[in-house]
Write a protein that binds this ligand. Structure first.
Ligand SMILES: Cc1cc2nc3c(=O)[nH]c(=O)nc-3n(C[C@H](O)[C@H](O)[C@H](O)COP(=O)(O)OP(=O)(O)OC[C@H]3O[C@@H](n4cnc5c(N)ncnc54)[C@H](O)[C@@H]3O)c2cc1C
Length: 433
């Protein structure tokens, strides 16, 4: 264990990928770091569960070749050689028909749209790759897509997918959100591939934990932050069940609504321009271990009203048998707000209604094909973006010299992802003096 060489005591709040990255880099610089996590696991939204000796993600996760900063981090942890890549494909369900949508030919054959609209969607994609991002934060995705694809294609194709992600709040989502997302997903010229790390994401967090220990970081799990404030002298003070603690500096990586709830009066007064009302979208994942595959596609979008989920993510198309056992792993995913009554729906109800809907698309799928199933929910996944979000985005430095932020809320316009959080953590640490 190496001892701190700086006398600065820094607490990092939250041990998702952002908190892990911040703690690692600060400890490497010789600071005395305490990493404080409310749950019993590292990894935040990339966290895992155990089944028959293997660990899998509670929420589907994969890497993209364009995830440069994350891949560089994995390299520095000695994990890069454990990342493997497989071809990945996307399809779209219209009613009970499945349409692959990966190539220009697929688009030309895409029967849910009339021929002119197919061409216009193709032009939108081609233009999206070369268009400048300038000004896109100030117009909505709906405006931008309607302009380039036409109203018909927008209503039939794009709108259901936007609604699937943001519900009725899709209308104000800036075009910059769509543009960065589109270019991240389509950023690969050699045909789409996606990556996974041998041993799952737990392999990454276990490696972090060992490295942090080696660097002398104090790692505290099950230590939920109840409040974050400043004392009379302006020194950061946090409270957990164990009582109050003060630190020279804090790096906050908590989900924004959690931080907004825990932030005390002095802190709020010291950062009057901060927008505490940024709301978040949540998610439910219904994970099925199946004895048979469903499709060859990694992602099958199901934006139609007949499906209670937005997409079917068959992660076993990307992962080796060694990482999942001799089974097919399918996540049914639904983004929704934590206040939506469906977010609190009992597990048994979700399992039965979602499976019945899945059978509409796959009539030969039988209950006996299920080996086992799980439901996972996360209330805070990503901000509900609004036009001009760059202006709402919280700054890296909240209280100069004292409180710094590396939260999911700031990742925009980069896509919220492990890569996005690593980029944000790096940007925040650059401002930390
Ligand atoms: C369904 C789904 C699929 C996804 N797919 C991908 C993918 O394929 N690839 C990809 O790169 N990304 C994916 N993501 C996004 C990715 O998981 C997130 O962007 C990333 O994990 C955010 O990391 P973070 O550290 O910024 O925040 P978080 O992971 O949210 O970490 C915040 C941490 O704070 C902790 N915390 C919360 N409250 C408290 C408290 N009061 N006290 C102390 N600690 C607290 C939490 O437990 C958590 O550990 C996906 C996310 C979801 C939900």
């Amino acid at each position: 264990m190496s001892a701190a060489t700086s006398d600065k005591r820094i607490a990092v709040l939250g041990a998702g990928i952002s908190g892990l990255t911040c703690a690692l880099r600060l400890a490497e610089k010789g600071h005395a770091v305490t990493l404080i996590e409310g749950s019993d696991q590292l990894g935040g939204l990339g966290t895992f569960f155990e089944h028959e000796g293997r660990t899998l993600e509670k929420f589907y996760h994969c890497l993209l070749p364009s995830d440069g900063p994350l891949l560089a981090l994995l390299d520095s942890l000695g994990l890069r050689e454990h990342v493997y890549w497989k071809p990945s494909s996307f399809a779209y369900a219209e009613g009970v028909s499945i349409f692959p949508l990966n190539t220009p030919i697929d688009l030309l054959k895409f029967a849910p749209l009339n021929f002119i609209d197919r061409i216009r969607v193709g032009i939108t994609g081609a233009y999206g790759r070369i268009a400048s991002a300038k000004g896109l934060d100030d117009i909505t995705t709906a405006q931008w897509l309607s302009k380039w694809s036409g109203r018909g294609a927008f209503a039939k194709f794009w709108k259901p997918m936007l609604e699937a992600k943001f519900g009725d709040r899709y209308e104000d989502v800036p075009a910059l959100w769509f543009w960065t997302r589109f270019n991240r997903e389509k950023g690969e010229s050699k045909g789409e591939v996606k990556g996974y790390v041998r041993g799952g994401y737990k392999h990454i967090t276990d490696t972090f934990a060992a490295k942090l220990k080696q660097l002398g970081v104090t790692l505290r799990l099950n230590a939920r932050i109840e409040s974050v404030d400043l004392d009379e002298a302006g020194v950061p003070i946090i409270k957990t069940e164990g009582g109050a603690e003060s630190y020279d500096q804090l790096v906050v990586t908590l989900p924004w609504p959690v931080f907004a709830k825990t932030a005390g009066a002095r802190l709020k007064a010291a950062s009057p321009a901060t927008d505490w009302n940024i709301d978040f979208q949540g998610v439910i994942n219904h994970l099925l271990f199946l004895k048979r595959p469903l499709t060859k596609h990694y992602w099958l979008a199901t934006p139609g009203m007949e499906y209670p989920f937005d997409g079917i993510v068959e992660t076993s198309t990307l992962t080796d048998e060694a990482d999942r056992g001799n089974r097919h792993v399918v996540y049914l995913t639904k983004y929704l707000h934590r206040d939506d009554p469906r977010f609190a729906q009992p597990e048994a109800e979700i399992q039965s209604t979602w499976f019945t809907a899945l059978q509409k698309l796959f009539p030969d799928l039988k209950p006996e094909d299920i080996e086992t199933q799980f439901i996972f929910r996360a209330p805070f996944v990503e901000p509900v973006y609004t036009r001009g979000f760059m202006q709402r985005r919280p700054p890296e430095v909240m209280v100069p010299g004292r409180i710094f932020l590396a939260t999911t809320t700031q990742v925009y316009p980069v896509v919220t992802s492990w890569n996005g959080s690593v980029i944000q953590a790096t940007r925040t640490l650059e401002s930390l003096v």
